[in-house]
Design a binder for this molecule. Structure first.
Ligand SMILES: Cc1cc2nc3c(=O)[nH]c(=O)nc-3n(C[C@H](O)[C@H](O)[C@H](O)COP(=O)(O)OP(=O)(O)OC[C@H]3O[C@@H](n4cnc5c(N)ncnc54)[C@H](O)[C@@H]3O)c2cc1C
Length: 160
């Protein structure tokens, strides 16, 4: 997943909404827009995307096309748009400490592989959203996995 923050000249959407969804007429990279303007009182929207489009975003050459596509999408959604006055995007894919945003299950991968990621290696214990099958890709998954790892460590100490 990647996210793009972009600033429009004016609000042309209802500012009391937190999320604005685009029910696309065909497969489309920008489906959910977060209305950041509701919080910062500036005309700022955040679009999220993933997969190939998310990766493409981090390549300089693709960016102008992406901006055009965003404006086209907004035009389809609202019947109008304004020029962009600012644009920023994440670099999670190329960030060596992230290598992406959060875990997902590609076709052909079994969910039990999350258990393999959670398995301790001697005294080394693992936590994080990617170690939980049930709540993968969530904050509560990460929190619960931390508690699970702490419990494993405590039990290991009691056994000594
Ligand atoms: C745009 C977006 C929206 C989201 N929305 C939601 C939501 O609405 N609700 C929800 O529940 N979840 C949401 N999530 C998912 C949630 O943020 C993650 O599942 C959660 O933060 C994972 O926590 P974690 O501790 O497992 O990993 P992280 O938060 O990724 O923490 C891992 C840390 O380890 C550091 N690190 C990595 N490698 C190294 C290294 N070699 N040495 C030292 N440090 C290293 C990283 O820099 C990072 O700080 C969202 C995520 C994104 C990206």
């Amino acid at each position: 997943m990647s996210s793009l923050d972009f600033i429009q000249k004016d609000f042309f959407w209802k500012n009391d909404r937190h999320f604005i969804s685009h029910l696309a007429w065909q497969k489309h990279p920008y489906i959910v827009f977060i209305n950041w303007g509701h919080f910062c009182k500036q005309p700022v929207l955040i679009a999220t995307t993933g997969g190939k489009e998310g990766i493409a975003l981090e390549h300089e050459g693709a960016r102008e096309g992406i901006k055009k596509e965003l404006l086209y999408t907004l035009q389809r959604m609202f019947g109008k748009t304004t020029a962009l006055t600012g644009f920023a995007h994440t670099h999670w894919w190329t960030d060596p400490f992230s290598e992406g945003a959060y875990s997902h299950l590609p076709v052909g991968v079994e969910s039990k592989q999350f258990d393999a990621l959670a398995a301790p290696i001697k005294h080394l214990h693992f936590a994080g959203e990617a170690t939980t099958q049930r709540y993968l890709a969530t904050v509560h998954g990460a929190l619960l996995s931390g508690k699970r790892a702490a419990r494993e460590i405590a039990l290991g100490m009691l056994e000594k």
